[in-house]
Design a protein around this ligand. Structure first.
Ligand code: HEM
Length: 535
């Protein structure tokens, strides 16, 4: 309000009125500056996004409005923990092509499998994968999963690929049998004899981690002995996979969060596992490793051999890298698969009963680790495993690839995706493709994988080959999962052994398990009662 006192106007002291004028002048000046400071960049950013959106070659493809503008939309889908089911809803709405990022198409087109996930090395992994790396001696170091350059990737893979072949992994069967025997004994003592409820889902994780410890360096971590994630490794592994999934949507964030030299705040390290890996390598090299028995090979032994066969490519540092990747990539994925297999069998008792009967016919005695060769000869077991990989793949996000020179010609005249854009398929989505698996693709039904009544041998083989191209649980092409033979051997051995040894029931037949779909399709639950084998 202006002052009414004339005296007040005579001195040098500003009047209330002039002070207010000054304030409003300053406010005007600062307001203008502030407006310029805030508004101008906002307009520039908006224009940048607008032009990028309008001129994008992917603009014509359908998808959620926001997804075409910013990758933040995808970050939100990951945070939700419902990534795969949400993507499935989008495919149900928009069809086989959904634009899920300004430069990314999610394709439900199994016919493109051999092109996008080919063996020619032309389709390169996107930067999504690169944040799964560590800073060693100040240098960002990539491993087999995260290295995107095909030449460098081949250099990492070449020295060890043969160690993951079926014969190399079969040579580890004695080690596997010892862990399985331990698993049975532990369950028997802790749960069957005292007739106690078993957190069976958790135990499959403890088993999977101890199994990987055993085949990797002939030592169990001790999760089965302790009956808990005593050193927090399992929880840390979950966090590091979530970090991959989240930062992977905007890969530059990894350079701000984890790779900045001042204050890195990336995922926690699996420090305990690293320590165990280093201890084992050192002891083995000094000839002091008491866990290792000649004639019972493990991956550590194989990797040490690789130092001699490929001295130019493998050193002690790379051996540690190989050891850690085995554990991070191999334990949870296999645990997820086994948990899903048991959950769905138990939720569909007719499938459980059938598998149990077929397994017990092949394995009449309890407490004997099933031989891999014999287990593979049980058709319904094979069907149940394939159905699990289809219905609940351990990896439940799109596997991004960069479109190479020449672009990607989409089928049915849907256009050409130019080079430099990103496309990919999600094992969960393609696994539920109704044109491949039928109208009941959203249901669990192992029998779909069996030869149908009236279906000829050739016809069946042909169907299995086509279906195989839609089973992306292990990825494909030159980046296909390195550990698939190992994990399948683990599953094919332990599942029949458990079914032959115990009667397994859900404690609550109405149990609905907890799921979280990010890079891994994590689950919790499958609380069971284990009883001595009845028949
Ligand atoms: C059921 C168990 C498993 C599933 C479902 C699974 C799934 C996958 C998938 C989908 C990929 C490809 C990712 C992509 O291309 O984007 C992959 C890659 C990989 N997996 Fe597995 N995995 C399993 C077990 C294992 C095991 C046991 C190991 C190691 C012992 C392993 C080691 C690897 C490695 C090293 C890669 C990277 C290969 C490369 O890029 O050349 N995985 N896995």
């Amino acid at each position: 309000m202006p002052s009414a006192s004339p005296a007040a106007n005579s001195g040098p002291v500003p009047t209330e009125a002039s002070a207010l004028d000054m304030t409003s002048v300053l406010a005007g000046v600062w307001g203008n500056k502030l407006a310029t400071l805030v508004l101008a960049p906002s307009i520039a950013v908006f224009l940048w996004f607008f032009v990028a959106y309008q001129t994008s070659p992917l603009k014509k493809y359908p998808g959620p409005f926001l997804a075409g503008w910013t990758n933040l939309w995808r970050v939100w889908q990951v945070i939700s923990g419902e990534y795969a089911p949400r993507m499935k809803k989008l495919h149900d709405k928009y069809g086989p092509i959904v634009r899920i990022g300004p430069n990314l198409l999610d394709l439900d087109m199994p016919e493109l499998y051999r092109i996008i996930y080919g063996t020619d090395g032309k389709w390169v992994k996107s930067d999504f994968y690169r944040n799964s790396s560590s800073v060693i001696d100040g240098k960002i170091t990539y491993h087999m999963f995260s290295e995107t350059d095909p030449t460098l990737h081949a250099q990492i893979k070449r020295p060890v690929v043969r160690h993951y072949s079926v014969p190399a992994v079969l040579a580890m069967e004695p080690l596997m049998d010892s862990v399985i025997t331990d698993f049975l004994d532990t369950l028997q003592k802790r749960y069957v004899e005292p007739n106690k409820t078993c957190e069976f889902g958790d135990w499959l994780s403890y088993y999977a981690w101890d199994f990987m410890g055993m085949v990797t360096f002939s030592t169990k971590f001790g999760y089965m002995e302790q009956g808990t994630d005593f050193d927090g490794t399992l929880a840390i592994a979950d966090k590091s996979i979530d970090y991959l999934a989240l930062c992977g949507q905007m890969p530059w964030t990894d350079f701000v969060l984890d790779k900045n030299p001042i204050y890195p705040i990336g995922p926690p390290n699996v420090g305990n596992v690293t320590r165990i890996a280093i201890q084992n390598l050192t002891a083995r090299l000094k000839g002091e490793d008491k866990n290792f028995t000649e004639g019972k090979p493990d991956f550590l032994q194989y990797f040490i051999e690789s130092k001699s066969t490929h001295p130019d490519l493998v050193n002690d540092g790379s051996v540690i890298g190989y050891l850690l990747l085995n554990l991070i990539a191999g334990a949870d994925t296999t645990a997820i698969t086994m948990r899903a297999l048991f959950y769905h069998l138990l939720k569909h008792p007719h499938t459980y009963t059938r598998l149990q009967a077929d397994v017990r016919a092949a394995f009449p005695s309890p407490f004997e680790p099933a031989s891999y060769a014999k287990a593979r000869a049980i058709p319904y077991l094979e069907a149940a495993v394939k159905e699990t990989l289809r219905y609940h793949p351990a990896v439940s996000m799109i596997m991004e690839r960069i479109v190479p020179e020449g672009g990607l010609t989409l089928p049915h005249g849907l256009g050409v995706v130019p080079a430099g854009q990103m496309v990919g398929m999600n094992p969960y989505i393609v696994g539920r493709n109704k044109s491949v698996f039928g109208d009941d693709a959203d249901e669990w039904n192992p029998a779909r994988w069996l030869q149908r009544a009236g279906e000829g041998e050739d016809e069946y083989k042909d169907r299995m080959q086509r279906w195989g191209q839609s089973l992306l649980a292990f990825g494909g092409g030159y980046r296909i999962c390195l550990g698939r033979n190992l994990s399948m051997m683990e599953v094919y051995k332990v599942v029949p052994t458990l079914l032959a040894t115990f009667d397994i029931e859900l404690e609550d037949p109405n149990e609905v398990w907890w799921t979280c779909s990010r890079w891994f399709y994590r689950t919790k639950g499958v609380v069971c009662r284990l009883k001595p084998r009845s028949g």
